[in-house]
Design a protein. Sequence first.
Length: 215
Amino acid sequence: MKKKKRKINVKRVAILIILLVLIIVGSVLAIGKLTNKGTKTKEVKEVASIEAYGYTLRDNATAYYKKLFKELEKTLNKKEVDEEKYAELVAQMFIADFFNLDNKINKNDVGGKQFVYADYQNDFERFAMDAMYKSVENDVYGERNQELPIVSNVEVTKVGNEAYTYGENTDENAYIFNFVIEYKDDLEYQTEGSLTLIHNGNKIEVAAMSEKQAN
């Protein structure tokens, strides 16, 4: 007795293959999304610069810092630069960036470095990473929940001008400023101190910082 051959429903098989392919593709895409979710890193971009002085502004700066940057740009673009105003803005911006930890990517992302005297920048960066920035958690993937200080305002008061010796050089007219910091929330970070700013070519740069105000 001959066995009957089963007829293959080509249409049904084709539908099953299509469904199987869709399931596989969907699974691959889902796994890809889950995998990439934790690997997408933050990108910090430069949005403005003052080329003649080498100053730059990053897109993750606070609204307060961006306002100061605009003031600095306006001051430095004048035919005759008001040096005292320039020094005042450098003092404010250095403090506003250095003590604002909330927008920093990690402990290596030290704020205010561009305002520090060129020969001191590497030492300044190492000091900051070992002290002020030591506890800043990594936020490369944008998942940090750590509460960090946000600077809302910096008041600076000029104490005077005096001679300041650094290495084999002396600036006979270095600026001394006292500063007071206001934060969005009080997290018990430094709120006052003093800065010494010196001349370096056409720039005014931070040479020293103290936790105590100058007399």
